[in-house]
Structures are given as C-alpha cells and as structure tokens.
Design a protein around this ligand. Structure first.
Ligand SMILES: Nc1ncnc2c1ncn2[C@@H]1O[C@H](COP(=O)(O)OP(=O)(O)OP(=O)(O)O)[C@@H](O)[C@H]1O
Ligand SMILES: [Mg+2]
Length: 401
C-alpha cells in the first residue's frame, strides 16, 4: 500500500510518496519538490500555474519512486479558514454506546449554521461526556443514558477548496483527503506528551502562519494569520529598496530576530532595485526590520492565547520555513514568557531533506494518512473532510467546467 502527500505551499510544492511497511509504519520512497507558482497567502490565485507547479513536483517524485501517483492527501490553509468549538447531545437507546451513536452525536454537533460559502473541513472530537462522566476519549462500548460530544469545527471557503481540488485534478492527481496544514504539521513535530499537557504550534510558512493549540491530547483552537515569510522578504525589499530576490537572500543569510545574534558592524552588499548598483547596509538594519514584524506576529499569537484563556505548559513549538530565522526561539521566549522550541520532523531516512521545519506539513500529512489507514485516529482525528463532502465538491467542479 502506498501513501502520497502533497504540501501545496505558497512558496514550494512538496510531494512525498511512502510505502507502508509490515509493522504498520511507512518508508519514504519518492520525493519531489518544485517552486510554487499561482498561490498567494495560502490560496490558489492562478489555477493553471499552480497545477503546473504541482505536476512538476509530482513527476519528480514519481521518477524517484518508479511508480505513478493517482491520488493524494493534500494540505489546506489560507485566511478563509475559520474555527470554533461546538457541542452535540443524544439520548442513548441501548445503554451501551455503539459506532452509530458516536456518528450521530458528532453529526448533531456539526449541525450549526455556517456563513454563506463556507464548508466544514474538519469536525474533530475533543472529548465526550457520558451522563456526568466527563473527558472520555473514546466512548465506544461504554454504558450510559446520554452522550455528549465536544468538537472542534474547522471551516473553509467552498471556492478555495474547489480551486485546490481542481489544480490537483489538472495535474493528474485525485484528491483523497484534505487536511488543515497546522494539524498536519502538529502530527509531524508535536510529541504525545506535549499534546497531553497542553502545547501551542505555530507554522510560519511563506504565505500564512498557522496556529493550533492542543490540551488533553485534543485540538482546542486553530487560527490562520496572513503574516509569513513572503511578507518579511517584502518588508526588507521595501525598506532597503532592493529586489525581491536579493531581499530573500539577505533574509536567509543574515536574517535574525534576537539582539545578541547581530554581529556589530557587519556589512552586507545589497542590489539596488533601480539599476545595477550595489549599496552597503548593516546587519543591524535587517534585524530591526525583521524583529518588528516577528514581534507583531508573536503579539497576535499572545493575544489569541490570552483571549481564549489557554494554558500551555508545554510551551510553543515553531515550525515552517519561517522558523529558520536566527534567534527566533530566544525572541519568542522573551515575548511569550513560555518555553519555545523549533519543531523539525523526526525521520529515519532522507534526514537531510526531511528534518527541516519547512517539511513539517508534508511529513505530517503522511503521518495523518498512516493513522487513518491503521484505524487509530478515532480520538484525535476522525473528522477530516468526509468522502461525501469531497465527492460533492468534486461534482460541483465538473458541473461547472
Ligand atoms: N533560512 C531561512 N531563514 C529565514 N526564512 C527562511 C529560511 N529558509 C526559508 N525561509 C522562508 O520560509 C518560507 C517558506 O516556508 P514554507 O516552505 O514552510 O512555506 P510554504 O509551505 O511554501 O507556505 P505556506 O505554508 O504559507 O503556504 C519562505 O518565505 C522562505 O523565505
Ligand atoms: Mg506550508
């Protein structure tokens, strides 16, 4: 059995092909990567360019694995994503709780009015209550008169989801499942203990910074901020009046956000946006630009936690390409007054490529797929986009085109 994950990021597309192993684990057999075109802030803005980028990465992965990709699990993000917690309750007819009772109580919890154009992407059970017995993780087979479910609902714009599906179809890949990107990244970089004690995750990508909070092993909160790496590069380009390509180079080579990392007097040669001239700037100037933007992002993260009164003894785990900024861990610790670490996927093979925060989402999509395949995702993740909804969205696309 093969599993395929496609991380359709704003700056890069990453395709991973994995082969299931006998111990219900998986081994990566194909990797494909290409620069992403046609996406802005996590959403498709040019279908043909995006489809072409996906196709390039798919071909590379197919060549390496020596097989053809037919369907894949993909990630989704963007500022059209919303989330909230909801409850459902049913009375039990037979006292012992059966599969259809759980499905029914989850369906009740999901029957909430949504703004026009929004669709439920995930309805993730947080915990169940049986009569007065709270915080039950898996109620199957237990006894009671009344079953309640507390779920975290994540919605997305129907149009944005359809655009993503359409891009994949044009690249010759059927969409098997769609997973919210921070949930996928969490699967790759958070430990079971962290999720149990309470932890926050921030995936700083190119187009969006995706945030999630876990407590008692359940997802409690998700949020997408439209502030990420492309904006940081743009800030550098505008303030220093340099080209985007040079601003990106400067950010990766010299970008730091903690004062003690700045080398005093360090000069940097920069291309002028107008003409071929070069100018000299100081690393301190790059630090000031980036520190300002990162502080803004971390302040939003802080407000989000305070607003919802979330305690996270496990601290904050930062991942995504944006987490590679020097000194981010120290700066975030000072602002948030929390333990902070940079999260990288832990892998057995292709460490050099995959043990990079940039690949947390792609690897996490595979972990999610494997959990689903092994049927051990009931308590944590059984509410991903149902096949029924996926089929309906696909049929709308083909009705339209
Ligand atoms: N060494 C580095 N220092 C600072 N930033 C970096 C570094 N390497 C990569 N980045 C930034 O990381 C961003 C890309 O990260 P990532 O691959 O996680 O995003 P993405 O998945 O393409 O986008 P998104 O998830 O937002 O749709 C780019 O903006 C890039 O400039
Ligand atoms: Mg990403």
């Amino acid at each position: 059995m093969k599993l395929i994950a496609i991380d359709i990021g704003t700056t890069k597309i990453c395709v991973l092909i994995a082969q299931q192993t006998i111990n219900n684990d998986f081994e990566i057999i194909g990797i494909g990567k290409s620069p992403s075109k046609g996406l802005a802030r996590g959403v498709v803005v040019d279908i043909l360019s995006a489809a072409h980028s996906i196709k390039t990465a798919v071909k590379e992965a197919e060549l390496m694995a020596g097989c053809k990709i037919e369907s894949a699990i993909i990630g989704i993000s963007g500022s059209h994503i919303n989330s909230f917690n909801s409850q459902g309750m049913i009375s039990l007819k037979h006292k012992d709780i059966r599969e259809h009772d759980i499905n029914q109580v989850l369906a009740v919890a999901q029957s909430v009015p949504l703004p026009e154009g929004q669709q439920i992407l995930h309805a993730i059970p947080q915990f169940y209550t049986i009569d007065t017995h709270q915080k039950v993780q898996d109620p199957l087979g237990m006894f009671g008169m009344r079953l309640e479910a507390q779920v975290h609902i994540i919605t997305g714009a129907i149009g944005s989801v359809q655009n993503l599906i359409r891009c994949c179809e044009l690249a010759g890949v059927k969409v098997q499942d769609i997973v919210l990107e921070p949930l996928a990244s969490a699967q790759a970089v958070l430990s079971v203990d962290e999720r149990q004690m309470g932890v926050a995750l921030l995936d700083i990508g190119g187009g969006t910074s995706d945030f999630a909070i876990y407590q008692h092993s359940a997802i409690r909160h998700t949020k997408v901020f439209p502030y990420a790496g492309t904006l940081f590069t743009n800030d550098i380009a505008v303030v220093l009046r340099t080209t985007s390509a040079d601003a990106e180079r400067i950010k990766k080579e010299y970008g730091c956000v903690y004062h003690s990392y700045v080398v005093p007097g360090q000069e940097i040669s920069v291309e002028c946006a107008q003409g071929d001239q070069k100018m000299i700037i100081y690393e301190q100037e790059v630090y000031e630009i980036l520190e300002c933007r990162i502080t803004e992002l971390l302040t939003m993260v802080h407000h989000e936690m305070e607003h919802y009164y979330f305690a996270v003894p496990g601290g904050l785990v930062i991942t995504g390409g944006g987490s590679l900024l020097h000194g981010l861990q120290e700066h975030a610790q000072e602002i948030l007054k929390l333990p902070v670490r940079i999260g990288k996927p832990k892998v057995a093979h292709y460490k050099e490529f995959l043990e990079n925060p940039m690949h947390a989402t792609g690897y996490g999509l595979l972990v999610h797929g494997m959990k689903k395949l092994n049927g051990n995702d009931r308590a944590s993740f059984n509410g991903s986009l149902s096949q029924k909804v996926l089929a309906r969205m696909k049929s709308w696309i083909f009705d339209f085109f």
